[in-house]
Design a protein around this ligand. Structure first.
Ligand code: H79
Length: 419
């Protein structure tokens, strides 16, 4: 299964590290891709540019001197850190990760190492990361920073831009040493506690460079985690591919970063929104396999999170209000049961309990259970915990639920299990 490639893997000594405990319990986070690309929003000089919105500079081979003019227009007067953080809260998300610097090189934070940042280069002039950091402290939300450590299409020595710069003249090592490291230091010094740094696209980074970044992060903030895309298998946790979900349980700490539509950065003509049902099923599927779901929003250039994203996140939060016990703090079921390969259900577990997530409610409500030592059952949404009838069956037992699905998206049945 190549959903998690080795170079995006987890350091073996991080597997049992208690620094990850909050992250192992969190399961659900908000990713925010926000930058200058929200202005063209998928269109350049009247032409629709295919692909993901934040890649427009690359796909249209926009010269640095042209693209950087966008900064003069960036004035997101509707940006409201409190609104973004409270949306994540309502959605049931336990951490947020925002693009401090994406591949286009523009910095959403005040930096001493480039003027190409939101404070020095835009009419807006406010440090968005600072406002979010303060608001996250207020609302007790964890905050992490995405930082593109290899690709930087603006910096002459960063990876990726071969239309403005001569690849053979690039000093990538110097870029890591004199630009990436100092900026990571800024991010971990100026914004209070940072829960994680989300490095991306490990292509081209040496093991020594990855190791040095890992040590720098841990030296500055020992509790700050590092994503698997640091490279060379050195991350604190592993990373699946974008929008990729492994076929089976993975015995690592891992995360799927994913989009609600088909882009990360805002694109005005991407209306391909996944349904709430699909998003909840993906969350449950990922959690049942031992992963976290980092679900993206792409705010507009005005600072607004698109309404279809808001609606879906709120609906997920409403489902989690009722069913959160079967998600947060759970672990995958370790004992192999044929139910793990069944498409109608997923399993999550806590000591003494297995949560049976029923995606497709069987006609008549008889739920076939195999391979689990069940001693009792009730519906998670039932405050009275009325016991469900259990019958013996040829391949295990049958739990008799109501005839009609109590929740057409995912009804959670709590199974009490021995051991
Ligand atoms: O930040 C998000 C993406 O921008 C970033 N990772 C997530 C979290 C990412 N970096 N690289 N990729 C994703 C792979 C991108 C591949 C493609 Fe393309 C970009 C396919 C289409 C546009 C490069 C340019 C390959 C074809 C054209």
């Amino acid at each position: 299964d190549d959903a998690i490639r080795p170079e995006r893997g987890q350091r073996p000594d991080a597997r049992q590290d208690p620094r990850l405990n909050w992250w192992r319990d969190a399961k659900f986070g908000m990713f925010i891709h926000w930058g200058l690309y929200a202005i063209p929003a998928g269109e350049w000089k009247g032409e629709k540019i295919p692909g993901i919105g934040e890649w427009i500079m690359y796909r249209a081979r926009i010269p640095v001197r042209e693209y950087e003019q966008l900064a003069r227009e960036f004035n997101p007067v509707h940006f409201d850190a409190a609104a973004w953080v409270s949306l994540a809260k309502r959605a049931g998300q336990k951490y947020m990760v925002i693009t401090a610097k994406h591949h286009d090189g523009f910095c959403l934070f005040k930096s001493a190492y480039t003027d190409y940042n939101i404070v020095d280069a835009t009419p807006f002039g406010r440090d968005v990361l600072k406002e979010l950091a303060d608001e996250c402290q207020k609302q007790d939300m964890k905050l992490g920073f995405y930082y593109s450590q290899t690709q930087d299409w603006h910096h002459p020595d960063g990876d990726g831009n071969d239309w403005d710069y001569d690849e053979s003249k690039k000093d990538f090592a110097g870029y890591i040493e004199h630009y990436v490291k100092p900026q990571v230091r800024e991010l971990l010094t100026n914004y209070g506690p940072v829960c994680l740094i989300w490095f991306d696209t490990p292509k081209g980074i040496t093991a020594d460079q990855s190791q040095a970044l890992l040590e720098l992060v841990h030296q500055l903030q020992p509790d700050c985690l590092v994503s698997g895309r640091l490279g060379n298998g050195l991350g604190d946790y592993a990373s699946a591919g974008d929008n990729r979900i492994p076929q089976q349980r993975v015995d690592l700490d891992w995360e799927t970063p994913a989009t609600i539509n088909d882009t990360w950065g805002y694109k005005k003509d991407d209306h391909n929104w996944k349904s709430t049902e699909e998003l909840i099923h993906k969350l449950v599927d990922i959690v049942s396999k031992g992963g976290n779901y980092l679900l993206n929003v792409g705010p507009t250039a005005e600072g607004i999170i698109p309404q279809p994203s808001v609606e879906r996140l709120e609906a997920m939060g409403a489902w989690l209000q009722i069913n959160g016990e079967s998600i947060y703090g759970t672990r995958p079921v370790q004992t192999p049961t044929p139910m793990q390969a069944a498409s109608w259900c997923r399993l999550t577990a806590k000591p003494g309990k297995v949560y049976l997530h029923v995606f497709d409610w069987p006609a008549g409500g008889a739920l076939p259970i195999a391979g689990l030592p069940v001693t009792g059952a009730h519906l998670l949404a039932d405050p009275d915990r009325t016991p469900l009838l259990i019958r013996d069956a040829p391949d295990g037992i049958t739990v008799q639920g109501p005839t009609a699905p109590p929740d057409p998206v995912d009804t959670v049945v709590v199974l009490d299990v021995a051991g």
